[in-house]
Design a protein around this ligand. Structure first.
Ligand code: IVH
Length: 679
């Protein structure tokens, strides 16, 4: 009879735990599993069955205990065995050489020096204590001296061993330092899931990991896909010889059960160290975890210890930081801006901060849903990022930095400009001021009309438009055509020549094409591409005003959203009055209507593009080029968008939406390659 049938439940449980532990080690640490997930589950179930018949056999280090425990009311403070130090940082190879020059003066002559280079994982420090091979404590760094006991949470992290590999050279008492993090793909999945559940989302994987590990209910932590990489020893009892070098330490940690990063390397020359670190400038994005730099450590641990510490970092180690992708600063206030279609956008007023070479003092908060989901408050320390590395936005708060004095950001009920009650359109997150005559949107509407993509009236910029409005010379775009030289000469800064040039430019705009006028009128959802399609089909403003739903649906490039928007716009009496006024002023472009659909097949067939920002040619030309290769161009980013083509100064909302929906953003060159590459 096989031995196992004679063994006691306690022995069988112990045997199963050891097997499970080894398989978990192969999976999480060695990345070399030898059984399938279902075989692994079968082992867990067998262990659970024994534990349910014999609850007295359940141990805290049993792999069945990773599901979390009863919530606690607060974390208990724990004192670390030694200070949990930080690192001095440099930003380039000159900084690395200067560091080495400084410390080489302290290194006895003739000492051969080697280095390990490790990723600087952008997570949070955990200190894991093991006694007799069993995890007994998991703690946060805290202030470096006193941390918090998060053992229950740490137990739920599958790559943290609950028991070390039996027979491996682990000391009886051991404390290791590691970095807990959330893999990027898991972060994106989790954030999307939070979003669909209407729960708070996180600004970056680090904040998500930190929020997860500081849960008082470890059953919640258990649901978060956290991992760990270990890289230092805090305690090592003398019953086992301690590793003498950092490189040996990493190998030993791996051998006794801890995940260590496989991109760590040992080098004997500083030049090789620098070359390796520089290679990560490009490789950084290919990793599935965030790193904010690399860490250089003197390989000889004794030498490193002899060098001591300066500030709060050991002299023998150095962080080499990559260029920042985010910065934190204080959110001082929120200002409302009304767009030309009445959309109200909350804008953050920030304590100025440097990021990517520019000073940022304002950033978009997108919309109030986003503010609520991210739980952003006035007074918060907030994380600033730049969408597509360009437009600054507030990614989220640093919750840990709160003092309690922060104030909630409330969505206004009435328009701050005209007091009209605000509304929401179905399916859109934006809040609108429905008052078409809202003074908040008048300047934007006129700026848009005279702007480069619309009537392109030379010399008429934001400042002058504001001047005209303030002097009550214009209250709509048609008033531009009524301006006289007497009106303008009364204004500050206007002399004869400037007045004449401006009036000439305004008059010349009457010769612009119909599609530009349609764009200029700022009909919701209608940009260059849709305007072009509408102008081609209808040929005049009068025909457009008489558009029917059936006709609109038949036009290529006009979807149901645009159709509805055109109908609503055409149905308003204010629209008809404005068009009449424009026509009376001589602004009434016409062209031959062309009503047969244009169908083309090409390498871009089936692909839908959204264009944002300035490209090498006008939007219409790029759109026409895309269409001539079979592609479609639409105005708004949606799930149906295949690519967003990003030009200079792209629109923040398009970039953000593309980021949220995970739609690839490509440059004009990449767009051209789609055709050349396939052709
Ligand atoms: S060594 C005395 N190694 O970076 C040892 N730190 O800015 C000091 N970090 O607080 C730490 N990856 O939380 C070290 N491979 C690594 C690291 C690492 C991430 C973090 C750590 C530390 C911070 C220093």
């Amino acid at each position: 009879m096989p031995a196992k049938h004679n063994s006691s439940p306690a022995e069988r449980a112990a045997k199963l735990r050891e097997q499970i532990n080894l398989h978990s080690y192969r999976y999480h640490v060695l990345d070399d599993p030898i059984i399938s997930d279902s075989e692994y589950d079968a082992l867990i179930n067998a262990l659970k069955a024994i534990e349910s018949d014999h609850p007295e056999l359940i141990t805290p280090d049993s792999p069945t205990q990773r599901v979390g425990a009863t919530p606690i009311s607060e974390f208990i403070k724990v004192r670390h065995a030694q200070s949990i130090l930080s690192l001095a940082a440099v930003y380039d190879s000159a900084g690395v050489r200067a560091w080495y020059e400084r410390i080489s003066k302290l290194i006895p002559e003739g000492t051969s020096v080697a280095f390990t280079v490790e990723p600087k994982i952008d997570g949070l420090t955990v200190v894991l204590t093991y006694e007799d091979g069993k995890l007994t404590l998991g703690a946060t760094r805290g202030d470096g001296v006193i941390g918090e006991d998060i053992t229950a949470n740490v137990r739920t992290v599958k790559s943290i061993p609950l028991a070390l590999i039996s027979g491996a050279p682990a000391p009886r008492r051991l404390a290791v330092r590691g970095e807990a993090y959330m893999p990027i793909d898991e972060f994106e999945k989790m954030n999307a899931a939070q979003l669909s559940l209407g729960e708070r989302t996180y600004a970056n994987p680090r904040n998500f990991a930190a929020g997860s590990l500081r849960q008082l209910d470890s059953r919640l932590t258990a649901k978060r896909p956290l991992r760990v990489f270990c890289y230092a020893m805090i305690e090592w009892s003398e019953d086992q010889p301690a590793p003498a070098t950092q490189w040996q330490l990493l190998q030993t940690l791996k051998a006794i059960g801890f995940p260590v990063s496989d991109i760590s390397r040992r080098f004997e020359s500083l030049d090789d160290v620098i070359t390796y670190i520089e290679s990560f400038n490009d490789k950084r994005d290919a990793l599935n975890f965030e790193i904010d730099g690399m860490v250089i450590k003197l390989d000889d641990l004794k030498l490193s210890e002899q060098l001591g510490a300066v500030g709060n970092g050991p002299r023998g180690a150095l962080a080499v930081k990559f260029p920042a992708r985010e910065a934190t600063t204080i959110l001082k206030d929120v200002q409302m801006k009304v767009g030309r279609t009445g959309v109200l956008t909350p804008n953050a007023v920030l304590e100025p901060v440097q990021l990517g070479g520019i000073t940022i003092s304002k950033a978009t908060l997108h919309n109030f849903d986003d503010v609520t989901r991210k739980d952003i408050r006035i007074g918060d320390r907030v994380i600033i990022k730049r969408a597509g590395d360009v437009i600054p936005y507030v990614a989220g708060p640093v919750v840990a930095a709160r003092t309690g004095a922060e104030r909630a950001i409330l969505a206004p009920v009435n328009c701050p400009y005209c007091e009209t009650g605000l509304t929401r359109r179905e399916g859109e997150v934006a809040v609108y001021c429905p008052n078409l005559d809202c003074p908040g949107r008048l300047d934007r509407a006129i700026e848009h009309y005279v702007g480069r993509v619309a009537l392109d009236i030379d010399g008429l910029g934001t400042k002058i438009v504001e001047q005209f409005i303030n002097a009550e010379l214009i209250a709509d775009v048609a008033d531009l055509y009524m301006l006289t030289s007497d009106d303008l000469l009364k204004l500050e800064g206007f002399a004869d020549k400037k007045v004449q040039n401006l009036l000439d430019a305004i008059a010349a705009s009457k010769g612009q094409s119909l599609d530009r006028l349609i764009v200029g009128l700022g009909i919701h959802h209608i940009g260059g591409v849709a305007a072009n399609a509408l102008a081609n089909y209808y040929g005049s403003m009068d025909a457009l005003l008489a558009a029917t739903a059936e006709q609109l649906q038949a036009i290529d490039g006009v979807g149901p959203v645009i159709a509805e928007s055109v109908l609503a716009w055409a149905g308003r009496s204010s629209t008809r009055e404005l068009i009449c006024k424009l026509q009376a002023a001589g602004m009434n472009p016409m062209q031959e209507p062309r009503r047969e659909p244009v169908v083309t097949e090409g390498p871009l067939t089936g692909k839908t593009f959204v264009i944002t920002g300035g490209l090498s040619q006008s939007r219409e030309e790029i759109a026409a080029w895309i269409e001539s290769h079979g592609g479609k161009v639409s105005e708004g980013v949606s799930k149906k968008t295949s690519y967003v083509v990003i030009g200079e100064a792209p629109g923040a909302s398009k970039v953000t939406k593309a980021t949220t929906l995970n739609i690839p953003m490509i440059s004009e060159a990449e767009l051209r390659k789609l055709v050349d590459g396939l052709g």
